[in-house]
Design a protein around this ligand. Structure first.
Ligand code: MN
Length: 242
């Protein structure tokens, strides 16, 4: 007879022999990651290291923002895909341009989470290290003619962003009249529903800056501009004007 205690030891021994500690770890990780990988929506890779934007944005903030906050929007979206067939990554821009098309029973959570997915995907790409360090070409000409200078434009975006009550975003957009404009959106709303195309967007939810800047949103905003990849911004501008 094998006592219960010995039986437990035996089974643990077999498991231990079959799996090296590293394998156990990677197995546990794969198990945690599996649900996200099976849904229609998946977390897009950042494309660069979490520490790549330091000292302006710290690695811990980037890691949490990407793997926890953005992942939460993805996970939530995958909980709604079987309730509305149109809810698909390829329809993201179309849906966020007209949120009234979302079935009323799921409109609020789908709007919030799909907006969160769109906004954060846009942000990660915009902050890609490298690229032009200041506006150039058609975007520079439009900024200068609309705001007098890039410095003035940034000041106005920062003022709008600092004044956004609670959580939201501040944007430089090309509006429906094909003119540059500065707008803010609450929560995870996007500029798309007004017919505008985002050129630059900054997240002013506290989760975007609180670890490093605490309550000092203006300090975060001032530093954040150092992360903007102006080649990406110019690409958005050319597409919006095209
Ligand atoms: Mn965010």
């Amino acid at each position: 007879m094998i006592s219960r205690r010995n039986s437990l030891k035996l089974s643990l021994g077999i498991a231990g022999a079959a799996l090296a500690p590293a394998a156990l770890t990677s197995r546990a990780f794969a198990r945690t990651a599996a649900p996200a990988a099976t849904g229609k929506f998946t977390l897009p890779p950042l494309g660069y290291a979490y520490e790549a934007l330091e000292p302006h944005i710290d690695a811990m903030t980037m890691n949490l923002h990407h793997t926890k906050h953005h992942q939460a929007y993805i996970t939530s979206l995958n909980g709604f895909t079987d309730r509305w067939a149109e809810l698909d990554p390829k329809n993201t821009v179309e849906i966020m341009s007209k949120p009234s098309m979302i079935p009323e029973a799921i409109r609020s959570p789908v709007r919030n989470n799909l907006g969160g997915h769109f906004n954060h995907s846009f942000l990660w790409d915009l902050m890609t290290p490298g690229g032009a360090r200041e506006p150039d070409g058609g975007l520079k000409a439009a900024i200068d003619s609309t705001f007098t200078s890039a410095t003035e434009m940034m000041t106005r975006v920062n003022t709008a962003a600092a004044g956004r009550f609670g959580s939201g975003w501040a944007w430089l957009v090309v509006n429906k009249d094909k003119r540059l404009d500065i707008v803010t959106t609450p929560n995870q709303d996007t500029p798309l529903e007004t017919g505008a195309m985002p050129i630059i967007g900054v997240d002013v939810w506290e989760h975007a800056y609180y670890l490093k800047y605490q309550n000092r949103r203006p300090d975060y905003l001032k530093s954040w501009w150092n992360t903007v990849n102006w080649t990406k911004a110019a690409g958005h501008f050319d597409k919006a004007m095209g």
